[in-house]
Design a protein around this ligand. Structure first.
Ligand SMILES: [Ca+2]
Ligand SMILES: [Ca+2]
Length: 456
């Protein structure tokens, strides 16, 4: 027979306990969520009944059945063995009692358990996106979801859902101070672009070790931004000579705040020109009339030069349009037009009818105005009997021949006619080829050494 005093909430209770010498009194301090194995020595033929109490004021343990609700504390694997596993679900002071029956009499043992509060459900869910801004349909956003257990107990039966990315992931358990990282991705749609943002909400649902449900929201908003491309088209000569070449220059500029990807310029060469070459290293496709520019960062510009021959007729208005794989904030500047007004060669080439190679500084050479447009011009000059007296490639090209020798000075340069004298005054006949694509110009030039007779 033992007398035991147990102090609860300042009230002294006196119990008369009937205990065998093998059973003793004990006191435990545990944390909420903990499980505790309780046991007595097992003796063959004995039966055991364990009970839990949370209200003990004035009760007689020997006569009162366990009164603890299961939401506060419970046995996990039954209560009729020599050992049991108790789980403590709410803070407070509890008692357990085991009644041992040896076939003749009951012996009971009482124990006290103080359950302290603990941080059991400190779970966080964070969501990050690999980009803050998306710019185009099919952009991929990778979301990283991190679930952390900052509490002191495991959390269990977690379900993480992220409807936008079709994520539905079960996580069995996360131990204290542990975390789980899950990545999920999403491809941008046209609807997202027109909305201007993408809001992605993930939800984490789970249970604490004491079976309390919790729910967390992880949110991430990605905004939409568009590039602003513009194109400028220039030409090095707005009044080219037919048959000559002109260089067009395309400049694409991104005036937006984000990179434009898959930038393309459509530039169909109109019928008034024939393509010669370009400096894009193959990025301009004549067949598709397309310059594949690629990516253009904010503030960046890309340039293409291409050379065209001016045809005798056709459309000389040359248009270029720039696009990329998303919307442009301002499409007015995405098109530019550049035209030329080609000139007939004959209108720039002015051929005199007379020259006087007498060294007086006036009309001493057979100079042809406008030949600077035709650096590859060829001339052949014949006398009245059809004999070739002078022939020159790059005629009038002072860069090629120098000032002295660029023009005919009245001497023959044909060996069989070579003399130290100027050819006799007469009418000579020329054939002038400006370039390969223009019909040769024929005419006559009067060589006159008599200054008096030269009329301006
Ligand atoms: Ca634009
Ligand atoms: Ca002269």
């Amino acid at each position: 027979m033992h007398q035991l005093k147990i102090y609860i909430k300042g009230v002294t209770l006196l119990f008369i306990l009937l205990l065998s010498s093998t059973l003793g009194y004990s006191q435990l301090t545990v944390k909420i969520g903990d499980t505790t194995t309780l046991s007595v020595n097992e003796v063959s033929g004995e039966t055991y009944v364990w009970e839990l109490y949370d209200l003990v004021d004035g009760i007689d343990f020997a006569k009162t059945r366990g009164n603890c609700p299961t939401e506060k504390a419970k046995f996990l694997n039954g209560n009729t063995n020599s050992f049991v596993v108790a789980q403590w679900l709410k803070p407070g002071t509890y008692f357990y009692k085991v009644t041992v029956n040896n076939g003749c009499s009951n012996n009971i043992k009482i124990g006290k358990v103080i359950v302290e509060d603990a941080n059991i459900a400190n779970v966080t869910l964070t969501k990050k996106a690999n980009k803050a801004v998306i710019t185009a349909v099919d952009d991929e956003i990778i979301y990283t979801l991190t679930v952390k257990n900052l509490g002191e107990q495991s959390v269990n039966s977690l379900v993480l859902t992220d409807p936008l990315t079709n994520l539905n992931r079960k996580i069995a358990s996360i131990a204290p101070n542990d975390s789980v990282v899950i990545q999920t991705s999403y491809y941008v749609t046209a609807e997202d672009l027109s909305r201007g943002y993408i809001e992605n909400i993930a939800t984490l649902e789970g249970k604490t070790i004491v079976n309390e449900s919790f729910k967390l929201i992880g949110e991430k908003v990605v905004t939409v931004a568009f590039a602003n491309l513009s194109i400028y088209k220039t030409v090095d000569n707005t009044q080219p000579i037919i048959g000559d070449s002109v260089q067009f220059t395309l400049t694409v500029i991104n005036n937006g705040t984000v990179t434009a990807n898959k930038v393309k310029v459509i530039d169909k060469i109109p019928s008034g020109y024939t393509y010669i070459n370009d400096d894009s290293n193959g990025k301009y496709s004549l067949e598709n009339s397309t310059w594949e520019v690629g990516s253009v960062k904010a503030g960046e510009s890309k340039i293409l030069n291409y050379l065209l021959r001016v045809n005798k007729d056709g459309n000389y208005v040359n248009k270029a349009t720039v696009t990329y794989n998303s919307l442009d904030t301002d499409t007015i500047d995405n098109v530019d037009i550049q035209a030329t007004e080609p000139i007939e060669p004959i209108t720039v080439v002015k051929i005199p009818e007379i020259f006087s190679p007498n060294g007086d500084g006036i009309q001493d050479y057979f100079k042809i105005q406008g030949l600077n447009y035709f650096p590859n011009a060829k001339i052949r000059i014949y006398n009245r009997w059809g004999n070739l007296v002078y022939e020159q490639n790059h005629y009038g090209n002072t860069d090629y021949h120098g000032i002295e020798d660029a023009w005919w000075n009245g001497f023959s340069n044909q060996k069989y006619l070579f003399t130290h004298n100027i050819l006799p005054p007469a009418t000579y006949f020329y054939i002038l080829e400006l370039n390969e694509s223009i019909k040769p110009i024929t005419g006559s030039i009067f060589l006159n050494n008599n200054t008096e007779e030269i009329k301006q």
